[in-house]
Structure formats: structure tokens, C-alpha cells
Design a protein around this ligand. Structure first.
Ligand SMILES: NC(=O)c1ccc[n+]([C@@H]2O[C@H](COP(=O)([O-])OP(=O)(O)OC[C@H]3O[C@@H](n4cnc5c(N)ncnc54)[C@H](OP(=O)(O)O)[C@@H]3O)[C@@H](O)[C@H]2O)c1
Length: 280
């Protein structure tokens, strides 16, 4: 099996990029696939799937949220002789009350989970909560760089998970035995409120960064003022709801179960991250 590369989709993203690095550091051949990646791959262009899957033994599947493409992709993977699939999913996928879902995104991801479970391949599902990296390179990064994070999250807290931990779990599931049939719920070791998160980042970046809690109405109005269609702004507000309501404040045991150690803390993440605007 050693000569066959491992396919990593979403290879330029927050989790995929780190999976690629870890696999390569351990000496595994990797096919790093994304639209802008080393290996061109587009979920919306099925003619790119075959070349991505040719000759591989295992795949990390980062789906295109809002689509139902994982089921046909997994069927094709099976035909190509792929033996192992690790799927990027998310917390709350099995809980209809976790987040309001106007777009059908949750149904799509639930179908992806069902597709890998029914595939007959060795499968593992990664279900992370909010990534800590949302502050440094994701959803909140621009606001953090600008010095003010304005969200309808009240005094909500979450057990933010470090994408380095996600990548280590995924790399282990791709390369080691003992993870087949596991669904790993991944979180950090303790809940951190947005105010605490921003305070820690502010200290590390040596800049004042504030968290400003907004009402849902004010948040939507601000996004509309910035040019976002109202329907899209409402979807952004929905995404924040689990944070506001504390639905992501519990600790999960996936990192411990998969790696036999505790997850990295938010403080460790803050120390090692690069902060946008730090020197600006
Ligand atoms: N961020 C969070 O807090 C969080 C929490 C729980 C679950 N999740 C889920 O975790 C998954 C992975 O998220 P992530 O944060 O690691 O990813 P990410 O940083 O958002 O990156 C997305 C990746 O997908 C690729 N991509 C986008 N459109 C594509 C297309 N049409 N065809 C092929 N590749 C495409 C991107 O590369 P190109 O643009 O170059 O193609 C990039 O490599 C997502 O399903 C997300 O919903 C995220």
C-alpha cells in the first residue's frame, strides 16, 4: 500500500493544508487537490474526479458545503480501488436543533456521512466544532485584523478546536489501523467565550482588539449595509446561533480517543498562530 498516494481534497484549506504537511513530514506520498492546489480538482466538474482518484489508497474528503456530491464521489472512489475514506463533517450534524438550516447544508453533510458509512470502505468521520483558526485565517480573521469583532453571539462560549489537532486526527485515521468505523467529535479542552478569546489574541498581538456583541437585527443590518443580500446576511446570523446559545460549549473526547492525549488549548493556539495586522 505504501507506494500509492493519499488524496487530500480541500488541500489549500484550514484542515487540508495541515493534513498534507503532516502526511508529507511522515514520508507519505500525497496528492494535494483543490481548484488552486497542486493537483487541480473541482467538485463541480466531475471530469476532474477520476484523475484525483487514480491509483490512490486513502482519501481525506473535504466536501463542498451545500452540495450532495460526496455520495457519487465515494462510489467512484470505490471503483478506483480506494480502501479508506476520512470525511470532514461537523458538530451537530446529527442534531436538527443544533443550527437553523435554511440552505439544506446539514442535510447534504448528513447524506455524506451516510454515504461513507454505507460505502463498504474503511471509513472515519471527523466532526469538529468551531475551529480556533477562524480567528486567525477564517471567518473572524478580517474583523480581528481590523481590531473589532462584531457578532450576535452575546456572552456565548465554545470549545474551539485547533485545526492542528483536527489534522493530526485525520492523518492518523488515513495512515493507521484502529480508526475504521469511528466518528470523532473534536473540540478543545475547555470553553472560551468570545470576549476571552479576543482578550487573549489582543495580548498576543500587542494590539487592542474588541469583541462587540450585537443583536441579530443589528448584525444583519450591518452586513446588508456592507452590500450583502439580506438572505445571505440572515444565513451568517444563523451560523452564529450555536455559539450564542452555548451549543458548542461542551468538551468532546475525539482527540483523546484518536490520539491518546488531550486537545491543544486555546491559549496554545494563540501563542503559535500568526495574527493578521500584527505589524500593520
Ligand atoms: N471552520 C469551522 O469552524 C468549521 C467547523 C466545523 C466544520 N467545518 C467544516 O469543515 C470542512 C473543512 O473546512 P476547512 O475550514 O478546512 O476548509 P476551508 O479552509 O474553508 O477551505 C476549503 C477548501 O476547499 C477547497 N474548495 C473550495 N471550493 C472547491 C471546489 N469547488 N472544488 C474543489 N475544492 C474546493 C478550497 O480550495 P480552492 O478554493 O483552491 O478550490 C479549500 O482548499 C467544511 O466542510 C466545513 O463546513 C468547519
Amino acid at each position: 500500500m505504501a507506494e500509492h498516494p493519499i488524496l487530500v481534497t480541500g488541500a489549500t484549506g484550514k484542515s487540508g493544508r495541515r493534513v498534507v504537511s503532516r502526511l508529507r513530514a511522515a514520508g507519505h506520498p500525497v496528492r494535494a487537490a483543490a481548484r488552486s492546489g497542486e493537483h487541480p480538482f473541482d467538485w463541480t466538474d466531475a471530469s476532474t474526479w477520476g484523475a484525483a482518484l487514480e491509483g490512490i489508497r486513502a482519501a481525506y474528503v473535504v466536501q463542498l458545503d451545500g452540495t450532495n456530491l460526496v455520495r457519487p464521489f465515494v462510489a467512484q472512489a470505490r471503483k478506483h480501488g480506494v480502501r479508506r475514506i476520512v470525511l470532514a463533517s461537523g458538530r451537530g450534524i446529527d442534531d436538527p436543533g443544533y443550527v437553523r438550516d435554511r440552505t439544506g447544508m446539514r442535510d447534504g453533510i448528513a447524506d455524506s456521512e451516510a454515504a461513507v458509512r454505507e460505502s463498504g470502505l474503511e471509513w472515519t468521520i471527523s466532526r469538529p466544532g468551531w475551529f480556533a483558526q477562524n480567528f486567525s485565517e477564517g471567518f473572524f480573521a478580517d474583523a480581528v485584523a481590523a481590531g473589532e469583532l462584531r457578532l450576535p453571539a452575546g456572552d456565548g462560549a465554545a470549545t474551539f478546536v485547533d485545526a492542528e489537532d483536527i489534522a493530526e486526527v485525520v492523518a492518523a485515521a488515513l495512515t493507521e489501523d484502529g480508526h475504521a468505523g469511528q466518528t470523532y467529535e473534536l473540540s478543545g479542552p475547555s470553553a472560551v467565550s468570545l470576549a476571552e478569546a479576543v482578550e487573549a489574541i489582543s495580548a498576543a498581538a500587542s494590539r487592542e482588539i474588541r469583541y462587540v456583541p450585537l443583536s441579530i437585527e443589528d448584525y444583519v443590518a450591518e452586513l446588508v449595509d456592507q452590500g450583502l443580500p439580506r438572505a445571505e446576511a440572515a444565513i451568517f446570523a444563523d451560523v452564529i446561533e450555536p455559539l450564542r446559545e452555548g451549543r458548542d460549549a461542551h468538551v468532546s473526547d475525539g482527540v483523546q480517543r484518536a490520539l491518546g492525549r488531550s486537545p491543544r488549548s486555546f491559549a496554545e493556539f494563540v501563542k503559535t498562530a500568526t495574527w493578521p495586522g500584527k505589524f500593520g
